[in-house]
Design a protein around this ligand. Structure first.
Ligand code: NBP
Length: 517
């Protein structure tokens, strides 16, 4: 093998792979590409890759033979079964020390399983989150590589060269062992779901309660993009709202069907949050909202039967409710505060989940560094990430982002806008599940006394689940019936019809016959 023989191979020439390969070649790392459908490779070499020095092969054995050890083979294929299919063919051909990087959106547990499997052959498996879409892949994505540290050290010069560069350095960093890189990418995507839902809710309040046309809303988002909310997704929103359909001369956004899709990462984030008991209600609300949006037929049917608020008023009333006497710009300023507040709450939830996963899986995640590599290249890049970086740099043990003194103060200053936005939306019958959940998370966190005492008492009453007391140590159970035996279950009566026959006792679910142990 000559000096010029490349180390780097890339498998999968769909939108992400083809652009990432161009990025790698442009940065001076020669590479060989392969795609299952050979025609795609041929078209690519003759088209986008022409003159870049990228070479292609028609089979996986040819790819392996064309690379120098330690081979560095990046997979950019569809997550799930295709990754295993490629590995089944590729792994037997590799030699100890070779590195396989999965750059797709693989489930982190699959990554851990594959890492263990390949390690038996002394192969390194790196699960690497890649964010930024096709433009990011081409000009600089945010990269979240996890797996064996020694493999990352070999890959680092290439990864640093191809990653986005923000004001805070290259947007790549070693995340941690095992599936941590793909886990962090999963949380990134969960936060992205939350951001998009919260933006959509601001848009809905402007559109429905304030009766603003798309062009006017575009200007509002462009204005918001100059301050605390500055971010890629706000910029995207302004551009989308400004876009006119050439055929109809109408804002294109008004013509798009209101049924959103969701793929694995949002659902996986929620599943992990439930498993680790580290709630992410705003991400949950965002995924649920997409699922509800997809039930379009049902929604249209329900809109004819289920009635909304009766005459909530016109835009002037909505403005006045939002502004609450704070002047002519008060309404939009309240919405801006609401969006900022909700975003902070949502990020606090996502970062708390990362913290919980880090502790549970012993990943030793550096949350400040993770916020740093999200400041460029990725879909959630935002000015606010610099605040998160600072907060965790100053206090790596911060139990929750909302407890950082500066972020707590900002939340306190903007929470009023969120309360007014929710009241306005509720008055007009506009669903704002993301904003509401963000406020509920905040209001729950700041409560020293939640009503869970009553829930504990109820649980002890019907299931002898026991409870703890505020005023003394120990675990307690109470005979809530006193000394008497519990009465026979009383049949439930139909509430709406006082003359209805009682329901037979056997029909009463979970009737407490003898709840004591
Ligand atoms: P896709 O996720 O659409 O996957 C298409 C690629 O997978 C093609 O090259 C296809 O080859 C290959 N493939 C399939 Br499908 N089954 C295969 C098999 N059994 N063996 C070998 N190759 C197989 O591509 P993408 O949108 O470029 O995304 C790639 C990865 O990056 C995914 O995991 C995705 O979730 C992730 N990602 C995507 C984005 C984005 O914006 N699109 C952003 C961030 C991350 P073929 O040509 O022969 O069918």
């Amino acid at each position: 093998m000559s000096e010029q023989t490349p180390h780097v191979g890339l498998i999968g020439l769909a939108v992400m792979g083809e652009n990432l390969a161009l990025n790698i070649a442009r940065n001076g790392f020669p590479l060989v590409v392969y795609n299952r459908t050979t025609l795609r490779t041929e078209e690519y070499l003759a088209g986008a890759a022409a003159g870049t020095g990228i070479t292609g092969v028609a089979t996986i054995p040819e790819l392996v033979a064309a690379l120098k050890r330690p081979r560095q083979i990046i997979l950019m294929v569809k997550a799930g079964v295709p990754v295993d299919a490629v590995l089944n063919e590729l792994a037997p051909l590799l030699e100890p020390g070779d590195i396989v990087v999965d750059g797709g959106n693989s489930y982190y547990r699959d990554t851990e399983r594959r890492e263990i499997e390949l390690a038996k052959q002394d192969l390194h498996y790196v699960g690497m989150g890649v964010s930024g879409g096709e433009l990011g892949a081409l000009w600089g994505p945010s990269l979240m590589p996890g797996g064996p540290r020694e493999a990352y050290d070999i890959l680092e010069p290439m990864l640093v060269a191809i990653a986005a560069e923000s004001a805070y350095g290259p947007c790549v960093s070693y995340i941690g062992p095992g599936g941590s890189g793909h886990y962090v990418k999963m949380i990134h995507n969960g936060i992205e779901y939350g951001d998009m839902q919260l933006i959509a809710e601001s848009y809905d309040v402007m559109r429905t309660a304030l009766a603003m046309p798309a062009g006017e809303m575009a200007s509002v988002f462009a204005d918001w993009n100059t301050r605390e909310l500055a971010s890629y997704l706000i910029e995207v929103t302004a551009d989308v709202l400004r876009y006119t359909d050439t055929e109809t001369e109408q804002p294109l956004v008004d013509l798009i069907l209101d049924a959103a899709e969701q793929k694995g990462t949002g659902r996986w984030t929620i599943e992990s949050a439930l498993e680790l008991a580290s709630p992410v209600p705003t991400i949950d609300a965002a995924v649920t909202a997409r699922n509800l949006s997809a039930l379009r037929g049902l929604r249209v049917q329900a809109s004819e039967v289920l009635l909304g608020p009766k005459s909530p008023g016109g835009p002037d009333q909505a403005k006045s409710l939002l502004a609450n006497g704070s002047g002519p710009d008060g309404a939009l300023s309240a919405l801006e505060d609401a969006l900022y507040f909700s975003k902070v709450s949502s990020y606090a939830q996502g970062m708390a989940l990362l913290n919980a996963a880090s502790a549970t899986y012993s990943w030793n995640l550096n949350l400040s560094e993770i916020a740093r590599i999200w400041t460029g290249g990725c879909i959630i890049r935002a000015a606010f990430l610099a605040d998160i970086m600072r907060a965790y740099r100053e206090n790596p043990d911060l139990p929750n982002l909302l407890l950082d003194p500066q972020i707590a103060r900002q939340s306190d200053e903007t929470v009023g806008g969120a309360r007014r936005a929710i009241v306005t939306a509720r008055t007009w019958g506009i669903p704002v599940p993301g904003t509401s959940s963000a406020l509920d998370y905040f209001d729950t966190l700041r409560q020293p006394a939640l009503p869970a005492n009553l829930i504990q008492a109820q649980r002890d009453y019907f299931g002898a689940h026991t409870y703890q007391r505020r005023d003394r140590e120990g675990v307690f159970h109470t005979l809530w019936y006193g000394d008497e035996q519990p009465a026979e279950p009383v049949p439930l009566q139909a509430v709406t019809d006082p003359s209805a026959e009682p329901v037979p006792a056997a029909g009463v679910p979970d009737a407490p016959t003898n709840p004591r142990p």
